[in-house]
Design a protein around this ligand. Structure first.
Ligand SMILES: [Zn+2]
Length: 81
C-alpha cells in the first residue's frame, strides 16, 4: 500500500504534480547520468545496462527524471500524463 509518507516522497517533487512526462532514452550531454528524483536509481547512457536504466520518464526540459518503477507507483498521486 502506497502511503503519502512513502520514504521516496520529499518536497522537491511538488513541482511534478500534474506534469506532462515523456518516456525517453537517456542521452548523456552535460552529465553522464541522472538519478530518479524519487528513489535515486541511476539512469544512464550505458548500452550494457537494460532498458530499466536507460529509459525513464522525464519532463520536457529534462530537469527531472522518474524511473519506470516510480512512475507506476506515483502516477496516480501526481496525476501524470
Ligand atoms: Zn525511482
Amino acid at each position: 500500500m502506497l502511503e503519502k509518507n512513502d520514504w521516496r516522497l520529499t518536497n522537491q517533487e511538488s513541482s511534478l504534480i500534474g506534469a506532462q512526462l515523456y518516456l525517453k532514452k537517456f542521452i548523456s550531454r552535460s552529465k553522464d547520468h541522472e538519478h530518479c528524483v524519487f528513489c535515486l536509481r541511476k539512469i544512464m547512457d550505458d548500452n550494457s545496462k537494460d532498458d530499466l536504466y536507460r529509459e525513464a520518464y522525464t519532463t520536457q526540459d529534462e530537469q527531472h527524471w522518474v524511473c519506470k518503477y516510480c512512475f507506476i507507483d506515483f502516477k496516480d498521486m501526481f496525476k501524470w500524463k
